[in-house]
Design a protein around this ligand. Structure first.
Ligand code: NAD
Length: 261
């Protein structure tokens, strides 16, 4: 229970990696504010399930991460309701794939807003309180695509590279306030976001999702295995620990060797 008494807000935590991170932080004793879209009854089931499993407070805020005012309201309300905001995980993200000449500009705007600008607004609103209290952990879910490119992902790759840059600036501005800011850069993690890409590929190529899983991994990862949300959660817990107090401004790959080759 290394994080007992800490308050953590994880954006985009109604499924996938965000939920894995929220679970891992709750298991270490942090109070959790969930965020994200989905069926209200299913979200309440996730919230109540976490609260039953771990001895922590678990709330939910439905802020739309494409809206600056909503994000800044959520940060302020979290601090008021829970008395603090110690761990901010900027994780919400969306994907869309198309060649650059066919990339719809509204998709570009949405990806930049949710995958990049949201982290700026949340960080800007959270840092003053963290500085005042002398403690903060900011974790940005970037991607291998924050470090290298793939075809048909102009907006996603631009947003994730931007997020790694934002992480570095946040880290050096807060370096002497007990705050760290780091970017987790996963390779492939089998979540709804990736499942959709697999289904699109299978439909396009007339193959199966299983065949596309193998092909997807073989294209980019020397290790032909998906990482799991639990493993990403374990890395987030480590970054929140005292042992990680001097790790800041770092893009941390958890990607089966993707960016190493
Ligand atoms: P996911 O689709 O399972 O989860 C995305 C979450 O973001 C959901 O909770 C969703 O409701 C939320 N979200 C989307 N738009 C939102 C909005 N406007 N406001 C609030 N919440 C919103 O996907 P995931 O794979 O778990 O992705 C989580 C993060 O991890 C993303 O930033 C993604 O880019 C990143 N990532 C994923 C992989 C992977 O292989 N799955 C790899 C590298 C990075």
């Amino acid at each position: 229970m290394a994080l007992k008494g800490r308050v953590a807000l994880v954006t985009g935590s109604t499924s996938g990696i965000g939920l894995g991170i929220a679970r891992a932080l709750a298991a270490e004793g942090a109070d959790i504010v969930l965020n994200g879209f989905g069926d209200p009854a299913a979200i309440e089931q996730v919230r109540a399930g976490l609260a039953a499993e771990f001895p922590v407070r678990v709330g939910y805020d439905g802020a739309d991460m494409s809206k600056a005012a909503d994000i800044r309201r959520m940060i302020a309300e979290t601090e008021t309701k829970y008395g603090s905001l110690d761990i901010l995980v900027n994780n919400a993200g969306i994907q869309f794939t198309a060649n650059i000449e066919d990339f719809p500009s509204e998709k570009w705007d949405a990806i930049i807003a949710i995958n990049l600008s949201a982290a700026f607004h949340a960080t800007a609103a959270a840092v003053p309180g963290m500085k005042k209290r002398g403690f903060g952990r900011i974790i940005n879910t970037a991607s291998a695509h924050g470090l290298v490119a793939s075809v048909q992902k102009a907006a996603y790759v631009a947003a994730k590279h931007g997020l790694v840059g934002l992480t570095k600036v946040t880290a050096i501005e807060t370096a002497n306030f007990g705050i760290t800011a780091n970017a987790i850069c996963p390779g492939w993690v089998l979540t709804p976001l990736v499942q959709k890409q697999l289904e699109d590929r299978a439909a396009h190529d007339g193959t199966s999702v299983d065949a596309e899983k193998k092909a997807m991994l073989a294209e980019t990862q020397p290790m032909h295995q998906f990482s799991s949300p639990e493993e990403i959660g374990a890395l987030a817990v480590f970054l929140c620990s005292d042992a990680a107090r001097t790790i800041t401004g770092a893009p941390l790959s958890i990607d089966g060797g993707w960016v190493a080759h």
